[in-house]
Design a binder for this molecule. Structure first.
Ligand code: HEM
Length: 339
Protein backbone atom coordinates (compact mmCIF):
# COMPACT_ATOMS: atom_id res chain seq x y z
CA UNK A 1 0.00 0.00 0.00
CA UNK A 2 2.79 2.43 0.99
CA UNK A 3 4.76 1.42 -2.12
CA UNK A 4 1.70 2.09 -4.25
CA UNK A 5 1.32 5.53 -2.66
CA UNK A 6 5.03 6.34 -3.19
CA UNK A 7 4.77 5.14 -6.80
CA UNK A 8 1.70 7.30 -7.30
CA UNK A 9 3.43 10.39 -5.85
CA UNK A 10 6.49 9.73 -8.04
CA UNK A 11 4.23 9.34 -11.04
CA UNK A 12 2.43 12.62 -10.26
CA UNK A 13 5.76 14.37 -9.77
CA UNK A 14 6.87 13.15 -13.17
CA UNK A 15 3.65 14.17 -14.90
CA UNK A 16 2.53 17.31 -13.08
CA UNK A 17 5.43 18.53 -10.91
CA UNK A 18 4.03 22.03 -10.49
CA UNK A 19 0.65 20.88 -9.18
CA UNK A 20 2.24 18.33 -6.85
CA UNK A 21 4.82 20.81 -5.51
CA UNK A 22 2.06 23.35 -5.05
CA UNK A 23 -0.09 20.90 -3.07
CA UNK A 24 2.89 19.79 -0.95
CA UNK A 25 3.98 23.36 -0.21
CA UNK A 26 0.46 24.47 0.71
CA UNK A 27 0.23 21.55 3.12
CA UNK A 28 3.68 22.23 4.60
CA UNK A 29 3.02 25.97 4.91
CA UNK A 30 -0.25 25.37 6.74
CA UNK A 31 1.23 22.70 9.02
CA UNK A 32 4.37 24.70 9.76
CA UNK A 33 2.78 28.16 9.84
CA UNK A 34 3.40 28.66 13.58
CA UNK A 35 6.95 27.41 13.32
CA UNK A 36 7.65 29.57 10.23
CA UNK A 37 6.36 32.65 12.07
CA UNK A 38 8.39 31.86 15.20
CA UNK A 39 11.65 30.72 13.58
CA UNK A 40 11.54 32.71 10.35
CA UNK A 41 15.31 33.31 10.34
CA UNK A 42 15.96 29.56 10.49
CA UNK A 43 13.75 29.03 7.42
CA UNK A 44 15.43 31.89 5.57
CA UNK A 45 18.82 30.38 6.36
CA UNK A 46 17.77 26.94 5.12
CA UNK A 47 16.45 28.49 1.90
CA UNK A 48 19.58 30.60 1.47
CA UNK A 49 22.01 27.65 1.73
CA UNK A 50 21.37 26.28 -1.82
CA UNK A 51 21.50 29.88 -3.08
CA UNK A 52 25.00 30.25 -1.60
CA UNK A 53 26.07 26.80 -2.85
CA UNK A 54 25.01 27.71 -6.39
CA UNK A 55 25.84 31.41 -6.50
CA UNK A 56 29.34 31.42 -4.94
CA UNK A 57 30.94 28.79 -7.26
CA UNK A 58 28.99 30.19 -10.24
CA UNK A 59 30.18 33.77 -9.71
CA UNK A 60 33.67 32.43 -8.94
CA UNK A 61 33.72 30.60 -12.28
CA UNK A 62 32.61 33.76 -14.10
CA UNK A 63 35.74 35.41 -12.73
CA UNK A 64 37.94 32.46 -13.66
CA UNK A 65 38.12 30.92 -10.17
CA UNK A 66 37.34 27.22 -10.51
CA UNK A 67 35.35 26.05 -7.48
CA UNK A 68 33.69 22.84 -6.46
CA UNK A 69 30.42 22.21 -8.26
CA UNK A 70 27.89 20.98 -5.70
CA UNK A 71 25.55 19.99 -8.53
CA UNK A 72 27.76 16.94 -9.06
CA UNK A 73 26.96 15.49 -5.64
CA UNK A 74 24.40 12.71 -5.76
CA UNK A 75 20.98 13.72 -4.39
CA UNK A 76 22.16 17.24 -3.42
CA UNK A 77 22.77 17.87 -7.12
CA UNK A 78 19.15 16.93 -7.89
CA UNK A 79 17.87 19.28 -5.19
CA UNK A 80 20.06 22.10 -6.50
CA UNK A 81 18.89 21.61 -10.07
CA UNK A 82 15.25 21.68 -8.95
CA UNK A 83 16.06 24.81 -6.95
CA UNK A 84 17.62 26.54 -9.98
CA UNK A 85 14.73 25.46 -12.21
CA UNK A 86 12.34 27.47 -9.98
CA UNK A 87 9.42 25.28 -11.04
CA UNK A 88 9.31 23.14 -7.91
CA UNK A 89 10.03 25.64 -5.15
CA UNK A 90 10.19 29.31 -6.17
CA UNK A 91 7.21 29.13 -8.53
CA UNK A 92 4.78 27.32 -6.20
CA UNK A 93 5.72 29.70 -3.39
CA UNK A 94 4.94 32.69 -5.61
CA UNK A 95 1.64 31.08 -6.60
CA UNK A 96 0.68 30.58 -2.93
CA UNK A 97 1.55 34.22 -2.15
CA UNK A 98 -0.42 35.37 -5.18
CA UNK A 99 -3.48 33.24 -4.39
CA UNK A 100 -3.72 34.45 -0.79
CA UNK A 101 -4.83 37.85 -2.05
CA UNK A 102 -7.71 36.29 -3.97
CA UNK A 103 -9.13 34.07 -1.24
CA UNK A 104 -11.44 34.78 1.66
CA UNK A 105 -9.25 36.02 4.54
CA UNK A 106 -11.82 34.78 7.07
CA UNK A 107 -11.21 31.17 6.09
CA UNK A 108 -9.06 29.55 8.81
CA UNK A 109 -6.55 27.98 6.37
CA UNK A 110 -6.20 31.22 4.42
CA UNK A 111 -5.77 33.05 7.75
CA UNK A 112 -2.88 30.79 8.64
CA UNK A 113 -1.21 31.40 5.28
CA UNK A 114 -1.84 35.16 5.38
CA UNK A 115 -0.06 35.23 8.74
CA UNK A 116 3.14 34.03 7.05
CA UNK A 117 2.77 35.78 3.68
CA UNK A 118 5.78 38.03 4.30
CA UNK A 119 7.91 35.06 5.41
CA UNK A 120 6.91 33.03 2.34
CA UNK A 121 7.74 36.00 0.09
CA UNK A 122 11.22 36.25 1.58
CA UNK A 123 11.71 32.49 1.28
CA UNK A 124 10.63 32.51 -2.38
CA UNK A 125 13.31 35.09 -3.17
CA UNK A 126 16.25 32.72 -2.72
CA UNK A 127 15.31 30.17 -5.42
CA UNK A 128 14.04 32.94 -7.73
CA UNK A 129 17.28 34.90 -7.44
CA UNK A 130 19.31 31.71 -8.00
CA UNK A 131 17.22 30.92 -11.08
CA UNK A 132 17.65 34.45 -12.40
CA UNK A 133 21.39 34.53 -11.79
CA UNK A 134 21.96 31.34 -13.78
CA UNK A 135 19.45 32.07 -16.54
CA UNK A 136 20.48 35.69 -17.05
CA UNK A 137 24.07 34.58 -17.53
CA UNK A 138 23.28 31.56 -19.69
CA UNK A 139 20.25 32.65 -21.71
CA UNK A 140 20.00 36.42 -21.78
CA UNK A 141 22.97 37.22 -24.09
CA UNK A 142 21.61 34.85 -26.76
CA UNK A 143 18.09 36.28 -26.34
CA UNK A 144 19.42 39.77 -27.06
CA UNK A 145 21.35 38.40 -30.06
CA UNK A 146 18.07 36.98 -31.43
CA UNK A 147 16.60 40.48 -31.60
CA UNK A 148 19.71 42.42 -32.54
CA UNK A 149 21.43 40.01 -34.94
CA UNK A 150 18.75 37.55 -35.98
CA UNK A 151 20.52 36.21 -39.07
CA UNK A 152 23.63 35.27 -37.13
CA UNK A 153 21.53 33.83 -34.31
CA UNK A 154 19.52 31.60 -36.67
CA UNK A 155 22.67 30.50 -38.49
CA UNK A 156 24.36 29.44 -35.26
CA UNK A 157 21.46 27.38 -33.84
CA UNK A 158 19.57 24.27 -34.89
CA UNK A 159 16.27 26.08 -34.37
CA UNK A 160 13.81 25.64 -37.22
CA UNK A 161 10.81 27.63 -36.07
CA UNK A 162 11.65 31.36 -35.95
CA UNK A 163 8.30 32.27 -34.36
CA UNK A 164 8.91 29.72 -31.57
CA UNK A 165 12.41 31.11 -31.02
CA UNK A 166 10.90 34.60 -30.88
CA UNK A 167 8.47 33.55 -28.14
CA UNK A 168 11.24 31.85 -26.14
CA UNK A 169 13.64 34.78 -26.41
CA UNK A 170 10.92 37.30 -25.65
CA UNK A 171 10.17 35.27 -22.49
CA UNK A 172 13.84 35.45 -21.51
CA UNK A 173 13.93 39.23 -21.98
CA UNK A 174 10.70 39.48 -19.99
CA UNK A 175 12.47 37.45 -17.27
CA UNK A 176 14.98 40.27 -16.87
CA UNK A 177 12.17 42.84 -16.59
CA UNK A 178 10.59 40.57 -13.99
CA UNK A 179 13.85 40.45 -12.10
CA UNK A 180 14.05 44.24 -12.06
CA UNK A 181 10.55 44.32 -10.57
CA UNK A 182 11.03 41.35 -8.26
CA UNK A 183 14.11 42.72 -6.46
CA UNK A 184 12.43 45.85 -4.98
CA UNK A 185 9.31 43.86 -4.11
CA UNK A 186 11.45 41.23 -2.39
CA UNK A 187 13.76 43.62 -0.54
CA UNK A 188 10.81 45.58 0.83
CA UNK A 189 9.37 42.37 2.29
CA UNK A 190 12.02 42.58 5.02
CA UNK A 191 10.60 44.30 8.10
CA UNK A 192 13.41 46.80 8.54
CA UNK A 193 13.03 48.06 4.94
CA UNK A 194 9.23 48.13 5.22
CA UNK A 195 9.42 50.23 8.41
CA UNK A 196 11.92 52.65 6.88
CA UNK A 197 9.73 53.10 3.84
CA UNK A 198 6.48 53.74 5.62
CA UNK A 199 3.22 51.91 5.01
CA UNK A 200 1.77 54.17 2.30
CA UNK A 201 4.81 53.98 0.03
CA UNK A 202 5.15 50.27 0.71
CA UNK A 203 1.54 49.55 -0.27
CA UNK A 204 1.94 51.59 -3.45
CA UNK A 205 5.00 49.59 -4.43
CA UNK A 206 3.38 46.25 -3.57
CA UNK A 207 0.65 46.95 -6.15
CA UNK A 208 3.30 46.18 -8.76
CA UNK A 209 3.12 42.55 -7.68
CA UNK A 210 0.02 42.20 -9.93
CA UNK A 211 2.17 43.21 -12.90
CA UNK A 212 4.73 40.65 -11.78
CA UNK A 213 2.07 37.89 -11.64
CA UNK A 214 0.92 38.73 -15.17
CA UNK A 215 4.50 38.64 -16.41
CA UNK A 216 5.11 35.40 -14.54
CA UNK A 217 2.30 33.78 -16.49
CA UNK A 218 3.60 35.12 -19.81
CA UNK A 219 7.16 34.04 -18.95
CA UNK A 220 6.24 30.46 -18.08
CA UNK A 221 3.51 29.92 -20.68
CA UNK A 222 5.71 31.62 -23.30
CA UNK A 223 8.61 29.31 -22.51
CA UNK A 224 6.37 26.26 -22.75
CA UNK A 225 4.98 27.45 -26.11
CA UNK A 226 8.48 28.20 -27.39
CA UNK A 227 9.81 24.80 -26.33
CA UNK A 228 6.82 23.11 -27.97
CA UNK A 229 7.51 24.84 -31.28
CA UNK A 230 11.23 24.10 -31.07
CA UNK A 231 11.56 20.86 -29.07
CA UNK A 232 14.95 20.58 -27.41
CA UNK A 233 17.26 17.78 -28.57
CA UNK A 234 16.46 15.45 -25.70
CA UNK A 235 12.75 15.81 -26.47
CA UNK A 236 12.68 13.27 -29.26
CA UNK A 237 9.17 12.35 -30.38
CA UNK A 238 7.72 9.61 -28.20
CA UNK A 239 4.34 8.03 -27.79
CA UNK A 240 2.20 10.10 -25.41
CA UNK A 241 1.77 7.34 -22.84
CA UNK A 242 3.59 4.08 -22.84
CA UNK A 243 3.92 1.21 -20.37
CA UNK A 244 7.56 0.17 -20.27
CA UNK A 245 9.32 -2.94 -19.02
CA UNK A 246 10.11 -2.27 -15.39
CA UNK A 247 9.85 0.41 -12.76
CA UNK A 248 13.65 0.38 -12.45
CA UNK A 249 14.23 1.33 -16.05
CA UNK A 250 11.79 4.21 -15.83
CA UNK A 251 13.44 5.49 -12.67
CA UNK A 252 16.91 5.17 -14.22
CA UNK A 253 15.70 7.02 -17.28
CA UNK A 254 14.17 9.83 -15.18
CA UNK A 255 17.39 10.12 -13.15
CA UNK A 256 19.36 10.50 -16.36
CA UNK A 257 17.05 13.32 -17.46
CA UNK A 258 17.48 15.06 -14.09
CA UNK A 259 21.24 14.89 -14.57
CA UNK A 260 20.76 16.70 -17.86
CA UNK A 261 21.55 13.59 -19.93
CA UNK A 262 19.28 12.40 -22.73
CA UNK A 263 16.70 9.96 -21.48
CA UNK A 264 17.87 6.38 -21.89
CA UNK A 265 15.37 4.07 -23.48
CA UNK A 266 13.94 1.59 -21.02
CA UNK A 267 15.02 -2.04 -21.46
CA UNK A 268 11.78 -2.91 -23.14
CA UNK A 269 12.11 -0.02 -25.57
CA UNK A 270 15.69 -0.94 -26.41
CA UNK A 271 14.69 -4.53 -27.07
CA UNK A 272 11.77 -3.41 -29.12
CA UNK A 273 13.80 -0.96 -31.17
CA UNK A 274 12.27 -2.16 -34.40
CA UNK A 275 8.90 -3.18 -33.03
CA UNK A 276 6.10 -0.60 -33.26
CA UNK A 277 5.34 1.08 -29.94
CA UNK A 278 1.79 0.52 -28.81
CA UNK A 279 0.24 3.29 -26.75
CA UNK A 280 -0.94 2.13 -23.36
CA UNK A 281 0.27 -1.43 -23.80
CA UNK A 282 3.46 -3.38 -23.56
CA UNK A 283 5.50 -3.75 -26.72
CA UNK A 284 6.21 -7.33 -27.84
CA UNK A 285 9.87 -7.23 -26.88
CA UNK A 286 9.06 -5.73 -23.50
CA UNK A 287 6.97 -8.73 -22.48
CA UNK A 288 8.18 -10.56 -19.34
CA UNK A 289 11.25 -12.72 -19.77
CA UNK A 290 12.56 -15.36 -17.38
CA UNK A 291 15.25 -12.95 -16.16
CA UNK A 292 13.13 -9.94 -15.43
CA UNK A 293 9.85 -11.57 -14.51
CA UNK A 294 10.54 -11.10 -10.78
CA UNK A 295 10.94 -7.37 -11.37
CA UNK A 296 7.68 -6.98 -13.26
CA UNK A 297 5.14 -4.70 -11.72
CA UNK A 298 2.18 -2.95 -13.23
CA UNK A 299 2.14 -0.02 -10.87
CA UNK A 300 2.15 3.71 -11.58
CA UNK A 301 5.95 3.70 -11.92
CA UNK A 302 5.54 1.61 -15.09
CA UNK A 303 3.63 4.34 -16.87
CA UNK A 304 5.89 6.59 -18.84
CA UNK A 305 4.41 9.81 -20.13
CA UNK A 306 6.09 11.45 -23.12
CA UNK A 307 7.68 14.90 -22.85
CA UNK A 308 5.12 16.41 -25.22
CA UNK A 309 2.21 15.15 -23.13
CA UNK A 310 3.93 16.47 -19.99
CA UNK A 311 4.29 19.89 -21.63
CA UNK A 312 0.56 19.94 -22.46
CA UNK A 313 -0.30 18.97 -18.88
CA UNK A 314 2.05 21.63 -17.52
CA UNK A 315 0.64 24.31 -19.82
CA UNK A 316 -2.92 23.31 -18.87
CA UNK A 317 -1.91 23.62 -15.18
CA UNK A 318 -0.61 27.14 -15.83
CA UNK A 319 -3.90 28.16 -17.44
CA UNK A 320 -5.84 26.53 -14.61
CA UNK A 321 -3.81 28.22 -11.87
CA UNK A 322 -3.65 31.70 -13.37
CA UNK A 323 -7.17 31.55 -14.84
CA UNK A 324 -8.75 30.57 -11.53
CA UNK A 325 -6.66 33.22 -9.75
CA UNK A 326 -7.92 35.91 -12.10
CA UNK A 327 -11.51 34.75 -11.66
CA UNK A 328 -11.26 34.71 -7.84
CA UNK A 329 -9.47 38.05 -7.71
CA UNK A 330 -12.08 39.77 -9.89
CA UNK A 331 -14.92 38.17 -7.94
CA UNK A 332 -13.42 39.42 -4.66
CA UNK A 333 -13.12 42.93 -6.07
CA UNK A 334 -16.72 42.86 -7.25
CA UNK A 335 -17.99 41.65 -3.87
CA UNK A 336 -15.98 44.38 -2.11
CA UNK A 337 -17.54 47.02 -4.35
CA UNK A 338 -21.06 45.72 -3.62
CA UNK A 339 -20.56 45.94 0.16
C1 HEM B 1 12.03 37.36 -11.14
C2 HEM B 1 12.54 36.76 -12.17
C3 HEM B 1 12.10 35.41 -12.68
C4 HEM B 1 11.09 34.61 -12.27
C5 HEM B 1 10.08 34.84 -11.17
C6 HEM B 1 11.11 33.43 -13.12
C7 HEM B 1 10.26 32.36 -13.02
C8 HEM B 1 10.34 31.23 -13.77
C9 HEM B 1 9.51 30.09 -13.60
C10 HEM B 1 8.43 29.99 -12.58
C11 HEM B 1 9.88 29.16 -14.50
C12 HEM B 1 9.29 27.78 -14.68
C13 HEM B 1 8.20 27.90 -15.69
C14 HEM B 1 7.46 26.65 -15.87
O1 HEM B 1 7.89 25.60 -15.35
O2 HEM B 1 6.40 26.71 -16.50
C15 HEM B 1 10.93 29.71 -15.27
C16 HEM B 1 11.57 29.04 -16.28
C17 HEM B 1 12.61 29.55 -16.98
N1 HEM B 1 13.10 30.84 -16.87
FE1 HEM B 1 12.61 32.21 -15.48
N2 HEM B 1 12.12 33.55 -14.04
C18 HEM B 1 12.74 34.74 -13.80
C19 HEM B 1 13.79 35.27 -14.47
C20 HEM B 1 14.35 34.67 -15.56
C21 HEM B 1 15.39 35.27 -16.36
C22 HEM B 1 15.99 36.62 -16.11
C23 HEM B 1 15.69 34.37 -17.35
C24 HEM B 1 16.68 34.47 -18.46
C25 HEM B 1 16.97 35.50 -19.14
C26 HEM B 1 14.85 33.21 -17.16
C27 HEM B 1 14.89 32.08 -17.95
C28 HEM B 1 14.14 30.96 -17.75
C29 HEM B 1 14.33 29.70 -18.44
C30 HEM B 1 15.41 29.38 -19.46
C31 HEM B 1 13.37 28.84 -17.96
C32 HEM B 1 13.13 27.37 -18.41
C33 HEM B 1 14.10 26.48 -17.73
C34 HEM B 1 13.93 26.48 -16.26
O3 HEM B 1 12.84 26.15 -15.79
O4 HEM B 1 14.87 26.84 -15.57
N3 HEM B 1 14.05 33.44 -16.08
N4 HEM B 1 11.19 30.99 -14.82
Amino acid sequence: MIKLLIDFIQFLYGVAPLLLSLAALVLLSVLLSKSIKKHAVVYYTVMAIPFALVAIPFIGRLFGVEMFNFNRIWFLGGIMRDYIHAGTLGFPLLIIIMYMGALNPKNSTVKKLLGIRKELSIMSGFPILTHSLIRVTNNFPDAIRFFTDNGEYMASTKITNTFGAGITNFSFVLGVVMLALFIPLWVTSFDFVHKRMGNIKWKKLQRWSYVLYAMLFIHSAGLQAGFMLNPRERESPKPAVEVTATADTVRNSNNREKRGLPKQAATGERNAKNAPAVNGSRTEAAKPTAQNEHRQSRGFADIQVGTKAKRYIHTASLFLIFGSYLYLRLRKKKLKKLK
